[in-house]
Design a protein around this ligand. Sequence first.
Ligand code: DAV
Length: 370
Amino acid sequence: MDKPLIVNSWNEWDPLQEMVVGSADNASFEPVEPGSRPAVRNAPDTLFPTGPKSKEAIDRANEELDGLVRVLESQGVTVRRPEPHDFSAPVRTPDFEVENQYCAVCPRDVMITMGNEIIEATMSRRARYFEYQPYRKLVYEYWNADPRVEWTTAPKPSMADGMYREEFWDWPLEERHAKMHSFEFCINQDEVVFDAADMSRLGRDILVQESMTTNRAGIHWLRRHLEPRGFRVHPVHFPLDFFPSHIDCTFVPLRPGLILTNPERPLREGEERMFLDNDWELLEAPQPVLNNDEMPLYCQSSKWLSMNVLSISPTKLICEEQEKPLQDLLDKLGFEVFTVPFRNVFEYGGSLHCATWDVRREGTREDYFP
Ligand code: DAV
């Protein structure tokens, strides 16, 4: 029999063997730019900080990331980390300039494994244009180790002013409401744009959320790239989410037949059919322990980071330590639930699923939606 592939991951839940966990080293505050208007929580008129994060904020997040590494290693998972990168450095291309970059806390946003292929996303924000760099050494290692490993970088968009719809940020709520069914956000449809975290992998079937960070041209590129390789790409929409970005706080597959859903962000009518017709259960997550006002000051994500769980296998997963209601639900469903404190990572926009990138899981490509 052939040697197992070093890069092999077809879904979000098969038994985990190798994973990259992010790092807060050298992180900076995300700058204001056309694709992002960071705001201090509960203080929209306060200027958002700029430049490098404090040593304390970085140490607090790194401690929790190291705690996640320990749990994964205790379960036999090989853990890899990103290379250091100077995120305080400005970026200048022929099309834009930005005063600093962001961080390598959330590899999920940039990198995705599609079976035996590694894809680097285009990204959607200027400060994240070069965020693939901390992972390149690992990508070369995997790619050199096995000729069956495929490596694809998606076409880089210009990120010039013309790629963005900057008025988006100033739309009054009624206008947002009126426009929510057209799924037009802060990026327009001219160039191919996607963040890897807008995708969710279910064997042959790949869900892609249309969002502030993934446009229809991005989904079109993914379809043209993935469908000849035997995947089916399904665009999905959550029309009650006015600021959608990344699918993993909204629609989270836990094992074959079960998806954790966000009670405040139902699927667009009709899009649930594929799941219900195949006897998959869509199960609402309980309310998070924190409400939006209680989230960390500089965190740009919602309270629904609560449901950003990470599967070690179809029967074991990791949940944030304080999210007791979700832990109890998962326990009742028969999962073995591991917990780690992760609230200090929230400031960097993600929780357990965001802060990781799975390189190798057991299993092969299954067809769950025949
Ligand atoms: O609040 O649902 C989560 C972003 C994760 N990277 C949210 C966005």
